[in-house]
Design a binder for this molecule. Structure first.
Ligand SMILES: Cc1ncc(C[n+]2csc(CCOP(=O)(O)OP(=O)(O)O)c2C)c(N)n1
Ligand code: SF4
Ligand SMILES: [Mg+2]
Length: 351
């Protein structure tokens, strides 16, 4: 894999977090992705979120599959554990690592091809098993690394760069994760750091399967007119369900509008922001409400972003399997290999 190391030196006055680390301590090597790729903005948001959470980098295990998106763990958290798996198989490797060592913070990074095409089965099963992790899909609707073929999340009717129209139904990974049992489900946009960073922080802090479906335009193959994953399209069709943060350094902007409606406001920098206020009766903890809401907005041609579903009840794979609380690498030989008598008892119980 190609990579360019970043110089370690940084200005002594850079802000430090609670454990004395600067933002630079959470970076990786210099990105080799195309300039303007949405994935780089998501990497920057992960760096920011981990810095703000004061996470010790050596406590993080970042795992990915194959794709431009799956290359990104090289570009953040250079001091963390990393594992680049086979295409679409990150979830099973992450599950195995989690079973071996529950003390680490697991970050699964994947693409829409990696998770919704070749890896759809793996994606579904990790969501239902109660693995404590943050799973980030960098969703551009195409296989960027292999030159822009439609992936399984591409919307029906979306146009490829050379004009082909996608006739297959697109898979909505957020809806699927809700159905499969993820307990924290959110969607965001790589171009909306103000929404994305707090969602990543909340997902990492959530003690259960958390997924973030992040729309992340591919500037090389899917950023043209007719695409439903281009920067322009997503900005124009972003139905923001909720926003968990403020933009610092600007005059406060207010918008008074009714629950369940949208409003477009002009920002000081000239950009237009479309807000959609969550309906008064929207229930984040109801699967049925979340699915119906997402579907209704989709039928209206909008992409719902924000925290879509949240279940505070803890459901942990280790608890269900009744595994030992200590990481396996901290057990001694007697604990790991209790001898023929213990093995005989186990075998007898299975007869
Ligand atoms: C088993 C296997 N099949 C196919 C490929 C070829 N391949 C590499 S990346 C990729 C798709 C990546 O798409 P996505 O996960 O959306 O990542 P992106 O590049 O768009 O970020 C494919 C089909 C492969 N590497 N391994
Ligand atoms: S091909 Fe697309 S997904 Fe890959 S780095 Fe370039 S812009 Fe990003
Ligand atoms: Mg992709």
């Amino acid at each position: 894999m190609t990579y360019i190391a970043k110089p370690k030196l940084h200005h002594p006055s850079l802000p430090r977090n609670k454990i004395g680390f600067t933002r630079r301590d959470y970076e990786g090597t210099i990105s080799t992705l195309c300039a303007g790729c949405g994935h780089d903005s998501i990497s920057a948001a992960i760096v920011q979120a981990c810095f703000e959470l004061s996470i010790e980098p050596h406590r993080v295990a970042k795992l990915s599959g194959i794709g431009c998106s799956s290359k990104t763990p090289t570009y953040f958290l250079g001091g963390s554990h990393g594992f680049n798996t086979v295409h679409g198989r990150m979830p099973s490797v992450l599950t195995g690592a989690y079973l071996a060592n529950r003390d680490l913070i697991y970050l699964g990074v994947s693409g829409d091809g990696d998770s919704a095409s070749i890896g759809l089965g793996q994606f579904a099963h990790i969501m239902r098993r109660g693995v404590n992790m943050t799973y980030i899909v960098m969703n551009n609707g195409v296989y960027g690394l292999t030159k822009g073929q439609f992936s399984a999340t591409a919307d029906k009717g979306s146009k490829a760069k050379k004009g082909t129209v996608n006739v297959d139904s697109g898979i909505d990974l957020a809806s699927m994760a809700i159905l499969m049992g993820a307990s924290f489900v959110a969607r965001s946009f790589s171009g909306d750091k103000g929404q994305l960073v707090p969602l990543i922080k909340a997902a990492i802090s959530h003690p259960g399967p958390a997924i973030l479906d992040v729309i992340s335009p591919c500037v090389a193959f899917n950023n043209h007119k007719g695409s439903t994953r281009s920067y322009d399209y997503v900005r124009e069709h972003n139905a923001t369900l909720n926003r968990l943060d403020v933009i610092a350094g600007a005059e406060p902007m207010t918008a008074d509008y009714a629950p369940g409606t949208s409003v477009t406001i002009e920002q000081p920098n000239g950009e237009r922001l479309e807000l959609h206020k969550v309906a008064e009766d929207y229930e984040t903890s109801s699967k049925a409400a979340a699915l119906a809401y997402i579907q209704a907005r989709e039928e209206a041609g909008m992409v719902t972003t924000g925290l879509l579903y949240y279940d505070p009840a803890r459901r942990d794979l280790h608890g269900r399997l009744n595994t030992v609380s200590s990481p396996l690498n901290r057990l001694d030989e007697t604990a790991l290999c209790p001898g023929p008598v213990a093995l005989g008892t186990i075998n007898d119980s299975l007869r």
